[in-house]
Write a protein that binds this ligand. Structure first.
Ligand code: ZN
Length: 57
């Protein structure tokens, strides 16, 4: 199970709470990265700066 080394939040915890621990989680937790891509990839067609948006959440 992936865990974010910055805030020690696991993907499981994020699933349960619906919140990420910090902005690094998106880069550090592979499962989160993949699920985000699925979620946002379908909404936004080919966004100009999709990666930037993730960091601002
Ligand atoms: Zn984190």
């Amino acid at each position: 199970m992936s865990k974010c080394p910055y805030c020690n939040t696991s993907f499981n915890e994020i699933l349960q709470t619906g919140f990420v621990g910090c902005s690094h989680c998106y880069q550090e937790i592979d499962e989160l990265k993949v699920s985000l891509k699925k979620m946002y990839g379908e909404k936004k067609h080919k966004g100009k700066s999709a990666k930037k948006d993730y960091g601002n959440i």
